[in-house]
Write a protein that binds this ligand. Structure first.
Ligand code: ATP
Ligand code: MG
Length: 139
């Protein structure tokens, strides 16, 4: 069953490259409502925990290094069919394969530095939202 919430991060590359405003504009034009948002930075421990599912992958060290190197914007987004629709809006993991008009096509630089995160399931959306936000930070 699908729910109406997903979790996103604007990753350090997109923040460094000045794309916070452009990405938030794409998100709101696509009909997502922001129900929680913060500007923050992941510690090494945070990034290792958040991406624990990838801990055996060869790029894990690089991923943790990247995700901790500067601030991110974390947000919970609301819309019907949020998880699936947001994955469509961000495009493929590798921006070279991302469809025209998607956030990664517009703002990402490489498969590693790909501008945004989007939850891959309703279950993970709930886990990831709770990782970053307390109940009174969600509106
Ligand atoms: P995300 O979970 O960040 O939304 P995704 O679901 O599209 O991305 P995953 O397979 O979950 O992709 O990979 C998590 C992240 O790990 C990617 O977004 C990217 O930053 C990094 N990554 C994935 N594959 C590679 C790779 N081959 N080389 C370097 N980094 C990679
Ligand atoms: Mg993923």
């Amino acid at each position: 069953m699908s729910t109406n919430r997903t979790f996103t991060m604007i990753k350090p590359d997109a923040v460094e490259n000045g794309h916070i405003g452009g990405i938030l504009e794409k998100i709101s034009s696509a009909g997502f409502k922001i129900v929680a948002m913060k500007y923050t930075q992941l510690s090494t421990r945070d990034a290792e925990a958040f991406y624990a599912v990838h801990s055996e992958r060869p790029f894990f060290g690089e991923l943790v290094e990247f995700m901790t190197r500067g601030p991110i914007v974390a947000a919970i987004l609301e819309k019907d069919n949020a998880v699936e629709d947001f994955r469509a809006l961000i495009g493929a993991t590798n921006p070279a394969e991302a469809a025209e008009g998607t956030i990664r096509k517009l703002f990402a630089t490489s498969i590693g530095e790909n501008a945004v995160h989007g939850s891959d399931s309703d279950e993970n959306a709930a886990i990831e939202g709770a990782f970053h936000f307390s109940g009174r930070e969600i509106f």
